[in-house]
Design a protein around this ligand. Structure first.
Ligand code: FES
Ligand SMILES: [Fe+2]
Length: 367
């Protein structure tokens, strides 16, 4: 092997050992949720995603549109302008942009200069989500949108929520892959003392990282015991947490009576999409869609579970916010240690690090 090949290999091995953190560049060649579908309508919606300020709206024929929130003339935010048909009129000097971001009118002159406009972001709507692509447009393959097909399936009923999380998206993914924190962070909500010591299995393949934790037998917290009727201390709680993409994490759980054969009883399943979309290095749009496959017609169950879960997820937001306060002030004298239960999260963060480095190597054109 020649010297350059050796050093290239060593550099790539070193990159494999490094972990993404709040300072890592955003990974552009991925789909991210930019909004819930029901947020995008005929009012201009302003939102920062992957550090890019966007304005969004829905055309008269129902297509979601996202474009850079910055007029090509004197940089005025287009979100402060007006939506007129399927065009945006800048609120400063009236330049008009069509749905493709092209400037099509300059009121103060007869002719509109050709070739000026603002960047648009390819969007695709799937169920409750509007996904956006921030990499090179030619690579925006809809097949790469992580599947959430059960959300469009009548066998599940869902509720949705959102947090403006003052923390980095990597920290949120790590939190979701490390469910030992349930016994501590969520001691007053949906955690139980036996959770942190329960046996688990891990699996990783092709950019997916999964941990399954079996808490059996256990006493379910009210959020699960009440709607399932499993109020005793011999319930089974099998939870799988799965990083599916930088923009999607799915946590699913099954509950049943551990004293009965699984085949002779109902098994209750919940599935939660935790959707971390980077906003800035220190903030994340945290979209949540929580689904269940039981009590489908009972809206009081939906409301009860939603209320209880939001108490728990708010605990995560508070933890990650405190963590961000520390991480935002790096101290070169300090380093973190990892413990055995960090295995899946460490693998996931190494994967994100390598992907982020690749984003630097081939940055996407902005504007
Ligand atoms: S800044 Fe938008 S028209 Fe001048
Ligand atoms: Fe949590």
């Amino acid at each position: 092997m020649s010297m350059p090949q050796v050093s290239l290999r060593m550099a790539s091995q070193k990159a494999m050992r490094q972990m993404a953190d709040r300072n890592s560049p955003f990974i552009l060649d991925e789909w991210y949720v930019v909004a819930f579908a029901n947020e995008v309508g005929r009012a201009l919606l302003k939102r920062t995603v992957l550090g890019l300020k966007l304005v969004m709206f829905r055309t008269q024929d129902g297509a979601p549109i996202a474009m850079e929130d910055r007029c090509a003339h004197r940089s005025y935010p287009l979100s402060a302008g007006t939506l007129s048909g399927d065009t945006i009129v800048c609120g400063y000097h009236g330049l008009r942009y069509d749905r493709a971001g092209n400037c099509i009118e300059v009121p103060s002159q007869q002719h509109c200069p050709k070739g000026i406009g603002v960047r648009t972001i390819p969007l695709i709507e799937r169920g409750p989500f509007v996904w956006g692509w921030f990499g090179e447009s030619s690579k925006a393959d809809p097949l790469r949108i992580p599947t959430t097909s059960w959300l469009e399936n009548g066998a599940w009923v869902s509720s949705q929520d959102y947090f403006d999380l003052p923390g980095n998206y990597v920290s949120l993914h790590e939190n979701l892959l490390d469910l030992t924190h349930l016994s501590f962070v969520h001691a007053q909500s949906f955690g139980t003392p036996d959770y942190a010591r329960a046996p688990y299995e891990v699996e990783s393949k092709g950019g997916c990282f999964r941990i399954t934790r079996s808490v059996v037998p256990t006493r379910l917290p009210p959020v699960w015991a009440q709607p399932t009727g499993l109020h005793h201390d011999h319930a089974a709680r099998i939870t799988t947490s799965e990083f599916r993409a930088p923009g999607l994490h799915v946590v699913s759980a099954r509950f049943y009576d551990a004293n009965l054969p699984v085949s002779s009883q109902p098994v209750y399943e919940i599935r939660t999409c935790h959707v971390p979309t980077p906003q800035t290095q220190g903030s994340t749009h945290y979209f949540i869609v929580h689904s269940r496959d039981f009590a489908l017609q009972d809206s009081s169950v939906t409301e009860f579970m939603r209320e209880q879960l939001m108490i728990a997820f708010r605990e995560d937001v508070e933890v990650l916010s405190r963590l961000e306060d520390v991480l935002a002030r790096p101290d070169p004298e300090r380093y973190e240690i990892s413990i055995a239960s960090d295995g899946p999260a460490v693998a996931m963060r190494r994967y994100l690090f390598v992907r982020a480095q690749a984003s630097i190597a081939s940055p996407s054109p902005v504007g």
